[in-house]
Design a protein around this ligand. Structure first.
Ligand SMILES: Cc1cc2nc3c(=O)[nH]c(=O)nc-3n(C[C@H](O)[C@H](O)[C@H](O)COP(=O)(O)OP(=O)(O)OC[C@H]3O[C@@H](n4cnc5c(N)ncnc54)[C@H](O)[C@@H]3O)c2cc1C
Length: 302
């Protein structure tokens, strides 16, 4: 066992808190990606802070992982430490407010809102990410976005200090926040909802889930919409107009059901997915003159 691994285990919570050569295909919704040299899952702020400090001190790159639903990891893997937020999944309701850990899945948070007869979070129930990932991306769907409900976040800064920030300080915009550029790690967030009727909240969630099932290729691994919506256009429509419905590179395919989704159709590699994305960008640019920007994040060497 290397000295670094021993120290990492100590920092992240002791024996069992770190795995080595962890296949990232088990941690991304694309179901692709090679091994992470280290995969740590701290359980409290101190362990998180110690883990980050150790990596910084030893100059080992690290990456914060939510649910990996907006992430493409290189087939060669990642030579640093992936730090999973999976153990930060507490949740407490006080009046119209819900305070939750960054690793809590949005579906769980939405269920908590439903059980508490709180409305305003129905839009997020079908987004397969964590609260932390959703804050970073300002995730949104069906007319709702995190920005509308988020009140504040607790973050860890690069020096390991815990800060409480108001949502208005996060520069939340279309699939954007300033969290990554400032090197923050979201630890918790608080959302403010409104009293509602359980039956109506449940009905709205079911309606949106049915719309997703009807329009999106949920039967295949993907990262949702692969590209950001270009101003004045829809990525899916541009891709369809470029004649790319069903277009395939290796095992990666432009979904036949929804052209905005690149899917892992048949044992795709991350290289297949990225090459397909590159060809889509090229063909769409030629066809319509529009630059498509990837929404999906990349990790490792491509
Ligand atoms: C089938 C499907 C449907 C989808 N539908 C939607 C949709 O309707 N709307 C939408 O907006 N998105 C959608 N997505 C994309 C994705 O679910 C969202 O972007 C989601 O917010 C990502 O959350 P995550 O926890 O999986 O983040 P990850 O993919 O793990 O990470 C995303 C980014 O956030 C960073 N990050 C994660 N957690 C933290 C943290 N605690 N602190 C600091 N940085 C952090 C990561 O380092 C990374 O840069 C969909 C994806 C799929 C697969």
């Amino acid at each position: 066992m290397s000295d670094f691994l021993i120290e990492l285990e100590k920092a992240a919570g002791g024996v069992g808190s770190v795995r080595t050569n962890e296949p990232m295909k088990h941690h991304t919704t694309f179901r692709t990606g090679g091994p992470a040299a280290y995969f740590a899952a701290p359980s409290c702020v101190k362990e998180l802070s110690d883990t980050v400090k150790l990596c910084r001190g030893e100059e080992i790159p690290y990456y914060i992982l939510g649910n990996g639903s907006n992430l493409l990891v290189s087939d060669a893997g990642y030579r640093g430490a992936v730090i999973s937020m999976e153990n930060f999944c507490g949740c407490a309701v006080t009046g119209d407010r819900i305070r939750a850990g960054a690793g809590l899945l949005l579906s769980r948070l939405a269920r908590k809102a439903l059980e508490s007869s709180l409305t305003g979070f129905e839009f997020a129930a079908g987004i397969p990410g964590t609260l932390g990932g959703a804050v970073v991306m300002n995730a949104g769907a069906y007319g709702g976005e995190i920005k509308q409900v988020l009140q504040s976040v607790t973050v860890l800064n690069k020096s390991g200090e815990v800060l409480e920030l108001e949502a208005k300080d996060l520069d939340l915009g279309y699939r954007h926040s300033n969290i990554l550029e400032r090197g923050y790690i979201v630890v918790e967030g608080e959302i403010l909802l409104e009293p509602g009727e359980s039956a109506a909240i449940k009905a709205r969630m079911e309606e949106l889930a049915a719309r997703r099932r009807e329009k999106q290729p949920l039967e295949y691994p993907s990262a949702g919409s692969t590209f950001k919506r270009p101003e004045g256009h829809f990525a899916g429509r541009l891709i369809e107009e470029a004649g790319l419905r069903g277009f395939q590179v290796g095992g990666a395919q432009v979904s036949e059901k929804h052209c905005g989704f690149v899917i892992n159709r048949n044992h795709a590699t991350s290289a297949d997915i990225l090459e397909l994305c590159r060809q889509i960008q090229e063909r769409v640019k030629l066809q319509s003159g529009v630059d498509l920007e990837m929404e999906v994040r990349r990790l490792g060497d491509f």
